[in-house]
Ligand binder design. Structure first.
Ligand code: ADP
Ligand code: MG
Length: 454
């Protein structure tokens, strides 16, 4: 192929094929599938990655491999540049290695530097549940007719990591489909405050005023940071009034109900109350599962349902944390070149929560674990075969069922090929006896137990 007309995506197709051939399928799916090649010039190939975490991971583990394959493919010493899809713009840069350059944040295609919006935060990617239904409905109608509904301002409040920023930016992205970018402005109240202070210090507030007033939709995230900042509040009040009077839309988020915002001026508060105040609550289990499934689907990841349910069961109040656990799990799986398994999920969760997760253990779980650990097919465990290794494993499974599941002897017997309760008692005794005798065996059984109990 003539190298002068090689495009970034041609090169990436070629390169990623090579990469795919040298690493496991799971590793490839986790770290390389989400990458897009965005540009190629004489010196470098630019790859877009979903997050800073990805960049760091790929750079740490695969830089050498990528560079050498790049050289083989092009015959040149090209550099790899990364552009990151940003969710929280403007906080810091990445370490720059001589042969790995990182573009300024915000240059990724998913981040619109005019409006400061992350394009991944859309209504489509926002899973609706009973906890956020009202907030979402209000957000959609505001996005459809900004400034034209009675929801002005729309104030969305709720705890950390429950989707406020996502929803706020989804409004922006939806409006942007129709209007050019300077007419939607997203900011946080911290940035608003800083910009305001800078404007005062420079004795030039015109650009500040213009930026915030020349918009059709002003989105201000986390207004709880305006508490006690009287002068900034004053400025915000004027900005708000100006926009409101001209029929422009204002949408705000906060981590608590506006009337609980301590140190907020009354007249600002009554402005907020004149629009619509809606909350986002913690999602229920079904919604948490749906959110994880959606994330997995969007990133083309195949994660067993059981594991999704396990994560969703254990992380209840913060979706960001739940996503974090999922990413950790992918990282572990990639690092150990192993499939995504329950025990890996447990480890990821333990690190996320700082404590073990919990799960009700069923006899089926015990059978599965014993089967894996002692290398006896489940079918044989619950069958009638009497070969030595099979009966031993079956006894261990009965014992663990008795110890962990805490169900009746009859019920256990029923699960193991319809045996009666005396067989179960005998099995438990035999296992206990052997555990006392043989340290090796004891360790093995305890190992299975701790994996189950976790
Ligand atoms: P907040 O601003 O309330 O602290 P974010 O909007 O930053 O929370 O949400 C945290 C993470 O959880 C984001 O990655 C977001 O995409 C995700 N998230 C939250 N709610 C939902 C939802 N209903 N559907 C899909 N993803 C969600
Ligand atoms: Mg937020």
């Amino acid at each position: 192929m003539d190298k002068t007309i090689l495009t970034a995506s041609d090169l990436w197709t070629n390169l990623s094929g090579e990469v795919q051939a040298s690493i496991s399928k799971q590793t490839y799916a986790t770290w390389f599938e989400p990458i897009r090649a965005v540009s190629l010039d004489e010196n470098s190939l630019t790859l877009e990655v979903p997050s800073k975490f990805y960049y760091e991971w790929i750079d740490r583990h695969y830089r050498r491999m990528l560079l050498s394959k790049l050289k083989t493919a092009t015959g040149k010493d090209l550099k790899v540049r990364y552009s990151v899809v940003v969710s929280e713009p403007g906080n810091g840069e990445f370490p720059t290695e001589p042969d790995t350059l990182v573009e300024q944040r915000g240059s990724g295609q998913n981040y619109d530097s005019g409006s400061r919006l992350n394009k991944r935060y859309t209504f489509d990617s926002f899973v609706e549940g009973s906890n956020n239904q009202l907030a979402k409905a209000a957000a959609v109608s505001v996005a459809d007719s900004p400034g034209q509904t009675s929801f002005n301002p729309l104030v969305v409040y709720g705890g950390v990591g429950l989707g406020k920023t996502h929803l706020l930016q989804a409004i922006g992205n939806k409006v942007l489909e129709r209007l050019p970018r300077p007419r939607v402005h997203y900011t946080t109240s911290e940035k608003f405050t800083l910009d305001f202070i800078t404007a005062i210090q420079n004795n030039n507030s015109a650009p500040f005023t213009e930026r915030h007033r020349k918009v059709d939709v002003l989105l201000v995230d986390d207004i709880q940071f305006l508490q006690k900042k009287e002068q900034t509040q004053e400025q915000f009040f004027h900005t708000f009034n100006d926009l409101y009077q001209r029929g422009k839309q204002v949408v705000l988020t906060t981590d608590r109900h506006p009337s609980e915002l301590y140190g907020l001026k009354d007249r600002l508060l009554s402005r907020f109350k004149s629009g619509l105040i809606v909350d986002i609550q913690a999602p229920n289990l079904e919604t948490r599962i749906a959110i994880l499934q959606k994330k997995a689907e969007d990133d083309s990841l195949e994660i067993p349902y059981e594991i999704i349910e396990f994560i969703a069961t254990n992380i209840r109040t913060n979706i960001r944390e739940m996503e974090g656990a999922l990413i950790k799990l992918l990282a572990y799986s990639s690092l150990s070149h192993s499939d995504i398994t329950m025990s890996l999920a447990k480890r990821a969760l333990r690190e996320t929560l700082g404590r073990p997760g919990t799960k009700t253990v069923s006899i089926e779980d015990v059978i599965q674990s014993v089967s894996e650990a002692m290398d006896v097919p489940e079918k044989k465990l619950v069958g009638r075969g009497r070969k030595m290794d099979v009966s031993r494993a079956r006894q261990v499974a009965m014992y663990l069922s008795r110890e962990i599941v805490g169900t009746s002897l009859e019920n256990i017997g029923m699960h193991f090929g319809g045996r009666d309760h005396s067989t179960v008692i005998h099995a438990c005794r035999a296992v206990k006896g052997k555990m006392k005798e043989k340290a090796d065996f004891c360790r093995r059984v305890d190992g299975i137990r701790s994996q189950l109990e976790f």
